[in-house]
Write a protein that binds this ligand. Sequence first.
Ligand SMILES: [Zn+2]
Length: 168
Amino acid sequence: MTNVLNQLARADVLQALMLPEDSWEADDDACDCTFQRIGMWVNPYVAETLEVRMCCIWKQLYGLFPNEVRTIPGYRDEGGEWVTEPRGWDGEADMPQAIWYRQLARLQGRPVADIRAEYRMRDGERPRGTPRPQAQATGPTAADVLLTAMDVLADEVARLRALVEGQG
Ligand SMILES: [Zn+2]
């Protein structure tokens, strides 16, 4: 009996050691891939989570099919024209660290790992977000005004009817 309990306790400890402290997420900067993409499947009924660094696997697969993969040093803008300069950060939220490192790597022609090592301590330079201006507060619409007027009229009619019926 004691032996069985010991075995169970050991199994628990072993299992605890296998549980990761971190979680893999898109743009988590945990690998040097340009596009960090994670596959995740969770099933609580079998108490299992399958996390897959798709980007790292894809990178290896791409090596097997060089003719089927092209990395294009640019992107098409809204008008369909190619742009080869990285766009300045214009997001509402602060620039994600992972994207900042990769932008710097592109601008400076250096490996992401290099940039990460250097800029980890310079996070104050990371571009901040620009909150969108709040929508102007607008007055009530014509429909709102009409509906309110109808409510007032209905109340008035009810009051008059009560008055008339009270006199009858
Ligand atoms: Zn990766």
